[in-house]
Design a protein around this ligand. Structure first.
Ligand SMILES: [Cu+2]
Length: 151
């Protein structure tokens, strides 16, 4: 009898640890890039989000850890014009591409220049906040790449 109680306690304790990990792993965020404009004040962020869970979720807001005072918005593009939206749904089992000309994140009023790496925080209706590492691409880096390919 004592042994069963112990086992139950252990099972319950282990569930406490495992549950948050399950919740976080439903959404897989990959290939995050933060593309900074030449002024350094603004950036668009692209990525691939896969919902591996059984229920739909929704990306509602974002922030960049290294730019705490900057505003981060979820944007969409229609007929060549971009505009802020209240969120974007990611259906169960589906993959959403945040990319140029489509849904993307917009970071505005960046106070301090970002370095090569940043941490983007994505807030989902169900999964909550997910922190993800991002590669920062500056206008200079893009120019350098173009000049290199020109030779
Ligand atoms: Cu935008």
């Amino acid at each position: 009898m004592k042994k069963i109680k112990w086992t139950l306690t252990l099972v319950m304790l282990s569930m406490l640890w495992v549950l948050p990990a399950w919740a976080a792993s439903d959404l897989l965020v990959e290939a995050v890039t933060v593309n900074v404009v030449p002024s350094g004040k603004m950036a668009s962020a692209f990525m691939v989000i896969t919902n591996q869970g059984a229920s739909d979720d929704r990306l509602v807001s974002c922030s960049v850890k290294e730019a705490p005072t900057a505003r981060c918005e979820v944007h969409n593009v229609e007929e060549g014009k971009m505009f802020p939206v209240e969120g974007v749904d990611i259906e169960a089992g589906k993959t959403l591409l945040l990319k140029k000309g489509s849904y993307h994140l917009m970071v505005m009023d960046i106070a301090e220049p970002l370095s090569e790496k940043a941490t983007v925080v994505l807030n989902f209706s169900k999964a909550g906040a997910i922190e993800t590492p991002a590669v920062v691409k500056t206008a200079e880096a893009a120019m350098g790449g173009m000049m290199k390919s020109g030779h």
